[in-house]
Design a binder for this molecule. Structure first.
Ligand code: HEM
Ligand SMILES: *[C@@H]1O[C@H](CO)[C@@H](O)[C@H](O)[C@H]1NC(C)=O
Ligand SMILES: *[C@@H]1O[C@H](CO)[C@@H](O)[C@H](O)[C@H]1NC(C)=O
Ligand SMILES: *[C@@H]1O[C@H](CO)[C@@H](O)[C@H](O)[C@H]1NC(C)=O
Ligand SMILES: *[C@@H]1O[C@H](CO)[C@@H](O)[C@H](O)[C@H]1NC(C)=O
Ligand SMILES: *[C@@H]1O[C@H](CO)[C@@H](O)[C@H](O)[C@H]1NC(C)=O
Ligand SMILES: *[C@@H]1O[C@H](CO)[C@@H](O)[C@H](O)[C@H]1NC(C)=O
Length: 894
């Protein structure tokens, strides 16, 4: 996986495409300012495209240079961290680059038209349909809008896809990764194209200009760390669960460029607004004024949104699947999913850290180091770096963990939850293997993934949401499950990602509590100010593993949201400060993000939710139940209509029994309901799990999962409720912390009509809808029918089961062994044998082009082995390339 701001290959290839760009006859209308039509003609469109390609490429190249420079100076800035925080997969980046090229081209065309006609064109007259079509093709956006083909075989009906595609049969892209957010209300940008609200600070909305976001943050949000109130009934585990689930739902990528497209100016050094820079002004009254005149901010990346393009406005995209499917554990793209697995595990386990462990329990793998000496997740004080073992530095890796979501390292609580579920997966696959030894590693992986996904759904709907929304809202807006509704679009709404589900930012404590065994203070891992726990993954390996963090989350209360104590100083003044450079302000980021996405104001959303839409300060005061606060908003915004919806929504008093007000209740419930009813793989849906499996799943408890995957021995009955004293915790063996009994996952050994289910030697089988599917171990080929079923009438199997025959690689492959080496066939594999010296010289551990090819073609396990001493010197060369059953590996000869 690539880290941080590394931009992939440039768009050079496009120039070649341009040469063959068709001169479309009908488009050759001459520019003519008098008639309504201002089509430029293809020549000018081509010119714009060409220029835009140059500018876009140059911006990406500039960014690469800047990042290289700051890496080499070992100065990682907070803004780089924010980018690292949102690092993106290749498939996402490809789409973003296409969309940015398209956007930049349209922008240039607008300018050309403006220069020629001195009037701002309207979108309908700017480009002909055919022009637009061609632009889509050449930019690469057209390929992105394609509809995937969905498989319908038994096993693809059984497990979700990694990308979320094909969950909905009619709309295979609904809820998938890399699609635009849905809109519940049309965007209200500053212009028809998608300029952010407040781009021009003087621009009037409802006769008032928007206040600088940092001013709102200072006036409304800022709270001294010492001046907060504790939630009397909820734990901090509940807060962190929210962020954990957030990372199952949304990831908004930002532009890969950190310099302006037009001028190449560095966004971190300019206060001028120029795409993609949308810097946050520091007001005169701000304590930061003088130190800093702007806080850098990058616009969220545009997407290649489908639809009728001349009328298109900017849409942002969700880089991960919308569904609650544990994609933060498994990833949202096929490549990422594969990279996170231990591909040589016979159990379908996830990869774990090979350098470090948490006593006897595994940690997540590390990300590779891109540049020497730079470790964004390591200790920041160079003198403490010495504490890291030397082996780690030599291994050329960072202390950053790698998981299904790139934000895993953001803070310690998140790392702890990621680690717990990684371990739970590996625990489940081992148990499932024990019950079903005939299951393939893939089946074990998918079955465990399915259970882990169901756990996220159950813990969120049964335990998390009722506490956030309150039981009353829950029963009104989240009625009991009534089955799958294919007409419901589960895609995440833009307002949910940018505003609604960020509500919990005001419930985060300024201190990260860490506790030793017995939930007591321990000087080896003392409590930390929040900012010192951000990107501090090294503390997991150096300061006691994840147990102290989990204990802290279980025993400490959530912060209480009140109108006078909104967001703690740690987040408004010190976000990513420990990483050096200017600290950021999470409140200001949230507000600016909403404007960047063109999210309509507070009153519009109240109306959307069929709540009263305030027009005056007194109406607002009544809703907020606080005149002082309403008056503050009046001074800042002029009218309730303009209040940024995130800050307006969190200012409403909570409904009884919940932690959010009426507007947030409406927005959150609406999204979560769509996520449930529009999910074909929802855990309660008929046929997804068996009745007895469902019965077991109902008992799922986060406390049990913690007991099973940490060294913690005492846990609360309900980890989301506040526990006051360690004495109130129960032993893990207590009956109120029930075990998940996996016996309902045991496949039957006999068929009611046909008797014993035939198993095969050197192969796997799986029962799917009363058909048995067979698959051979690597290194074997299937002879016979790959599936059989029982005919209840004749009480006979449709055919005899297949057999798995060893593949003779020495005969079937073209040059299986490099030259000079002799090939010997073995069961499941083969041996290349030869002289130690010549063999060693010819190969290093990553140069197996022949063999890689062979793996791709025949998916056969390969093992390189040899005579002499080579095997013991590098005995694990085969690791990572298969090896389904270690017993079948040829034994090393000395
Ligand atoms: C220590 C605690 C947390 C920190 C430091 C943190 C930090 C951040 C940051 C830096 C962003 C990106 C802001 C932007 O550029 O727009 C963000 C986005 C977000 N946060 Fe948090 N957050 C925390 C806790 C939470 C919690 C508890 C929740 C929810 C229950 C949450 C929900 C979200 C959501 C939904 C987004 C938008 C994600 C996206 O669109 O990509 N966060 N957070
Ligand atoms: C707009 O605001 C100005 C001053 O802020 C005021 O004089 C004017 O009457 C307002 N117009 C409307 C239509 O409210
Ligand atoms: C906490 O709040 C009170 C009143 O709300 C204020 O008087 C006091 O100065 C605040 N404490 C700090 C440390 O700012
Ligand atoms: C680094 O750590 C040393 C010793 O722990 C301390 O004296 C020094 O002030 C620290 N430097 C910074 C920049 O934090
Ligand atoms: C570490 O990785 C970098 C970049 O991949 C490489 O240039 C460097 O040689 C590596 N260093 C060691 C000690 O392996
Ligand atoms: C605000 O004004 C609109 C339109 O004039 C009206 O429909 C709405 O009821 C008013 N809101 C309140 C709370 O009176
Ligand atoms: C009203 O809001 C202000 C902050 O604007 C806060 O200081 C005050 O405590 C709130 N009053 C009540 C009764 O909640």
């Amino acid at each position: 996986m690539e880290m941080a701001l590394v931009i992939s290959a440039s768009l050079v290839g496009l120039t070649l495409v341009l040469l063959s760009f068709p001169e479309h006859g009908s488009l050759n209308r001459v520019l003519d300012g008098t008639s309504g039509t201002v089509y430029l003609g293809s020549a000018l469109v081509n010119e714009a495209l060409h220029r835009a390609t140059e500018l876009t490429d140059a911006a990406y190249a500039h960014t690469r240079e800047r990042v290289k420079k700051s890496w080499s100076e070992s100065s990682l800035r907070s803004i780089d961290l924010l980018a690292q925080f949102k690092q993106i997969e290749t498939s996402t980046r490809t789409q973003i680059q296409a969309a940015e090229l398209l956007d930049n081209t349209v922008e240039l065309i607008r300018e050309m038209v403006y220069t020629n006609t001195m009037k701002q064109p309207n979108p309908y007259e700017l480009l002909g349909e055919q022009d637009m079509e061609n632009l889509l093709q050449v930019s690469g956006c057209a390929t992105d809008v394609h509809t995937p083909t969905c498989q319908t075989d038994c096993l693809s009906e059984r497990y979700r896809s990694i990308t979320g595609e094909c969950n909905n049969r009619q709309h295979p892209k609904w809820g998938a990764a890399n699609i635009p957010y849905s809109r519940w209300l049309p965007p209200e940008y500053e212009d028809v194209w998608g300029m952010p609200r407040g781009w021009d600070p003087k621009h009037k909305y409802n006769n008032f200009s928007l206040p600088p976001v940092r001013l709102v943050s200072q006036e409304v949000l800022f709270t001294h760390n010492s001046n907060i109130s504790e939630d009397s009934t909820l734990s901090h585990m509940l807060v962190d669960w929210g962020q954990w689930i957030d990372h199952d739902l949304v990831l908004t990528p930002q532009s890969p460029s950190t310099v302006t497209f037009k001028t190449g100016a560095d966004c971190t050094h300019t206060c001028s607004r120029n795409t993609p820079c949308f810097p946050i002004q520091i007001p005169l009254s701000d304590p930061r004024n003088g130190v800093q005149s702007c806080m850098p901010f990058f616009r969220s990346a545009p997407s290649c949104s489908p639809g009728d393009l001349p009328h298109r406005h900017r849409e942002q995209l969700n880089a991960i699947t919308s569904y609650i499917d544990a994609n933060m554990v498994y990833g949202s793209s096929a490549e990422q999913a594969l990279a996170l697995r231990n591909q040589s595990s016979p159990f379908g386990a996830m990869a774990v850290n090979l350098q470090h462990s948490d006593q006897d329990l595994p940690l997540m793998p590390f990300l590779p180091r891109l540049r020497a000496h730079l470790d964004p997740c390591g200790p920041r004080n160079s003198t403490t770096t010495g504490a890291l073992d030397r082996s780690q530095l030599q291994e050329n890796i960072t202390s950053c963990f790698q998981a299904g979501d790139s934000r895993v390292n953001e803070h310690l609580g998140l790392i702890a939850l990621h680690t717990v579920f990684l371990r739970e997966h590996n625990r489940l696959v081992r148990e499932l293997h024990h019950l079903n030894p005939h299951w393939s590693p893939d089946t074990l992986y998918q079955e465990a993934r399915k259970i882990i996904g169901a756990m996220q759904q159950i813990l969120t709907w049964e335990h998390y949401l009722p506490r956030v929304l309150g039981e009353r809202v829950m029963s009104r807006l989240m009625p009991p499950y009534h089955g799958y509704h294919p007409g419901v679009d589960p895609s995440i709404a833009n307002t949910f990602a940018t505003a609604a589900f960020r509500f919990a930012h005001v419930t985060v404590q300024p201190v990260v509590t860490r506790l030793g065994p017995g939930y007591t203070y321990n000087s080896e891992y003392p409590p930390l100010p929040l900012h010192q726990s951000l990107f501090a993954s090294w503390r997991v390996t150096q300061e006691g593993g994840i147990d102290p963090v989990l204990r802290g989350l279980l025993l400490s209360p959530a912060k209480l949201q009140t109108p006078g104590q909104m967001m703690v100083e740690e987040l408004t003044e010190r976000l990513f400060q420990a990483q050096g450079g200017m600290p950021l302000d999470l409140g200001a980021l949230n507000l600016q993000r909403g404007r960047d996405h063109g999210i309509p104001g507070y009153s519009s959303w109240r109306r959307f939710c069929e709540l009263s839409a305030p027009n005056t300060t007194s109406e607002l005061a009544e809703i907020l139940g606080n005149f002082t606060l309403a008056h503050k908003f009046q001074l800042l915004y002029g009218t309730p209509h303009n209040i940024d919806v995130w800050v307006g929504a969190i200012s409403e008093p909570a409904l009884p029994g919940g932690r959010v007000g009426p507007l947030l209740s409406c927005l959150l419930a609406r999204q979560f309901r769509a996520l449930r009813d529009g999910d074909r793989f929802w855990w309660e849906r008929k046929g997804v799990f068996s009745k007895s499996q469902k019965e077991q799943l109902r008992t799922v408890s986060l406390s049990r999962i913690i007991c099973d995957n940490s060294h913690i021995t005492r846990v609360p009955v309900d980890p989301f409720s506040r526990t006051e004293r360690p004495e109130d915790m129960l032993a893990c063996s207590h009956p109120l912390i029930p075990h998940l009994d996996l016996s309902p996952w045991k496949e039957p050994d006999t068929d009611p009509s046909c008797g014993p289910i035939p198993r095969i030697q050197s192969g796997y089988s799986i029962l799917c809808n009363s058909v048995i599917f067979y698959q051979c171990h690597s290194g074997f080929k299937l002879v016979g029918s790959s599936s059989i079923s029982c005919d209840p009438k004749s009480q006979q199997w449709s055919s005899s089961p297949p057999a798995c025959h060893d593949i003779n690689e020495c005969e079937e492959l073209i040059s299986p062994c490099p030259q000079n080496l002799e090939c010997f066939n073995t069961a499941s594999s083969f041996i290349c044998s030869g002289q130690f010296s010549s063999f060693y010289k010819m190969f290093n551990a990553h140069d197996y082009s022949n063999l890689e090819h062979f793996i791709l073609r025949s998916r056969v396990l390969w093992t390189l082995c040899c005579l002499h001493r080579l095997c013991s010197d590098s005995g694990d060369w085969g690791r990572g390339h298969g090896g389904d059953d270690s017993d079948l590996l040829p034994k090393v000869k000395h």
